[in-house]
Design a protein around this ligand. Structure first.
Ligand SMILES: CCC/C=C/C(=O)SCCNC(=O)CCNC(=O)[C@H](O)C(C)(C)COP(=O)([O-])OP(=O)([O-])OC[C@H]1O[C@@H](n2cnc3c(N)ncnc32)[C@H](O)[C@@H]1OP(=O)([O-])[O-]
Length: 356
């Protein structure tokens, strides 16, 4: 069964207040139970005492839903509110604005208070084309405002992400190369800004090799979990380019100038274990148990109080936010120049020639 989206659920919740007629105790208990199941999952709180009649009735209603998934509970909640609104000539109006259906390059879902944004161009190793940059910005914007406690970014298929889609350089707009570089710079600035300003804990689940901008962004995540199969490669100088996503600031801060330079200047590809030793990765897991071990962690994190996590992230990141925006601006300025350089053109041409 397809579940309702968080938007539809939230809309139903707010429409509840517009009901003119009292729906009665039985419906109210059902609404309560579905709401709890949709937002917190199955009931595992202790049974209230015999004399707490109201508490016990509510607990029984919630418990009776057993292991119904949060998605399905959202759908039943929306259906029930709809059935109560209908006689009054009203409907739950929210359309699925943030559902997976509205993205072409991503799969976005929310379950158990975790919003997962999954790069979904596996046939291109999840390379980020212009559409995908825009969709990631949109998905982050929506996820920053939804009910989830943490946001996770991961990839479909065997790669986490192969970085900037190099075909972005082959789509020359009417204004020529200058215009292409200018538009590309603006998009990159907005893209990185969406990460710098993201309010909730952001967790990267690195399911395979990561290249370019997907690696440099990791300095803006709270936690990075990687399978032992993952590698981390930022071949900027090889491409005649320069670092982005604030890595010229976050990498030296994280790993010291020498190790950062090996990666950002000299294209050193790190194994997951090496990346962990340098502080870029939080923890490495065996590939066979990666998904299950990480899922257990995420579930536990998502049970923590939402506001406490958001405020704590603000304290940790707040002092350097201005700095990050300045670094982002400077890096974008440098890249816009680089994209017009012979060095960069030659490197992009070699990539496409190698494919012939
Ligand atoms: C924006 C800021 C500045 C820049 C930041 C960066 O990210 S710099 C870093 C920029 N990134 C890079 O320099 C990485 C360039 N890519 C590579 O080096 C390799 O493809 C690989 C090591 C990622 C995977 O090797 P593999 O032998 O395992 O697999 P495969 O090669 O067969 O790939 C399968 C298909 O995917 C395609 N595709 C993959 N990646 C890209 C891409 N980025 N673009 C376009 N297409 C890409 C590939 O062409 C092929 O398409 P086809 O022929 O089926 O139509």
């Amino acid at each position: 069964m397809m579940g309702a989206t968080v938007e539809q659920f939230n809309c139903a919740k707010s429409q509840m207040g517009t009901l003119k007629k009292d729906p009665g105790n039985e419906a109210k208990l059902k609404i309560y139970a579905l709401f709890k199941q949709a937002t917190q999952g199955p009931c595992n709180t202790p049974k209230p005492g015999m004399l707490d009649f109201v508490g016990k009735a509510k607990w029984d209603a919630w418990k009776s839903l057993g292991s119904v998934s949060q998605e399905e509970a959202r759908q039943q909640y929306v259906d029930l509110i709809d059935s109560l609104l209908a006689p009054e000539g009203l409907v739950v109006a929210a359309q699925p604005t943030g559902s997976a259906a509205s993205f072409d390059t991503l799969l976005v879902s929310t379950e158990d208070n975790v919003t997962t944004i999954r790069f979904n161009r596996p046939q291109k190793k999840n390379a980020i084309n212009v559409e995908m940059y825009n969709e990631i910005i949109k998905a982050l914007e929506e996820s920053g405002k939804d009910d989830s406690v943490i946001t996770v970014i991961t990839g479909s298929g065997d790669f986490y992400c192969s970085g900037n889609d190099l075909t972005n350089f082959t789509k020359i707009p009417q204004g020529g190369m200058q215009q292409m570089a200018k538009d590309g710079g603006e998009l990159l600035r907005e893209f990185v800004k969406a990460f710098i300003d993201f309010p909730k804990p952001l967790i990267a689940v690195i399911n395979g090799p990561a290249v370019g901008v997907s690696v440099t962004l990791l300095g803006l995540f709270e936690v990075v979990y990687a399978t032992e199969r993952a590698t981390f490669h930022t071949p900027f100088s090889q491409l005649g380019q320069s670092p982005e996503a604030c890595s010229s600031y976050t990498f030296p801060k994280m790993m010291g100038n020498a190790k950062a330079s090996e990666m950002l200047l000299f294209n050193k590809k790190l194994t997951a274990t090496q990346a962990c030793a340098q502080g870029l990765v939080t923890e490495v897991f065996p590939d066979s148990s990666f998904q299950t071990e990480v899922a257990t962690r995420l579930k536990a994190y998502a049970k923590l109080p939402r506001n406490s996590l958001t405020l704590s992230k603000q304290l940790i990141r707040g002092t350097e936010k201005e700095r990050l925006h300045t670094v982002n601006d400077q890096e974008v300025e440098r890249l816009v120049e680089r994209w017009l350089s012979d060095e960069c053109m030659q490197a992009i041409m070699s990539f496409f020639q190698a494919k012939l």
